[in-house]
Design a protein. Structure first.
Length: 156
């Protein structure tokens, strides 16, 4: 008898998008599983066989109306090491440019907000950023040592 169960959900891409003034783009949105409004980073599911970067670019555009000039993969992570659930693909995007209005979904009332780098971790610790993926990517993207390694400096 197999005592381990898995949960299969679509993979998704999540984006820590920074504008030219150093502000981070978040979506303030009601999250049904939380029963409250939360700041979340732009996130979207991948279609079967879709490349994560392509999905990330499209999700940023559709959800926020912005594109970015610079993209960096931060890695891919399984949500639960025992149950699997899904894989999340983390990206940092820089050089935001507004090119369209967000695609409005009648089921989701949301608002685009920009948060300073300094306020991001305070928002995680204060519970305003309350989803694991957004909190994790925010922690990675604001960690100076992690960013140094991502940029190729392995001397530290």
């Amino acid at each position: 008898m197999n005592d381990f169960y898995g949960i299969k959900l679509p993979e998704y891409a999540i984006i820590y998008a920074k504008d030219n003034d150093g502000k981070i783009l978040f979506v303030r949105q009601y999250q049904h599983a939380l029963g409250s409004v939360s700041l979340i980073l732009p996130t979207g599911s991948l279609e079967e066989g879709e490349q994560p970067l392509k999905a990330a670019r499209q999700e940023l555009l559709e959800e926020t109306g912005y594109t970015a000039g610079i993209w960096q993969s931060v890695g891919s992570f399984v949500v639960d090491g025992n149950k699997g659930c899904t894989k999340s693909h983390f990206f940092i995007a820089k050089g935001l440019r507004k090119v369209a209005e967000p695609v409005v979904d009648d089921m989701e009332e949301s608002k685009i907000v920009f948060v300073s780098d300094e306020s991001v971790i305070r928002s995680v610790l204060g519970g305003e950023i309350s989803t694991l993926a957004s909190a994790s990517l925010a922690a990675i993207a604001t960690n100076p040592y992690m960013l140094t390694l991502l940029n190729g400096d392995t001397k530290r």
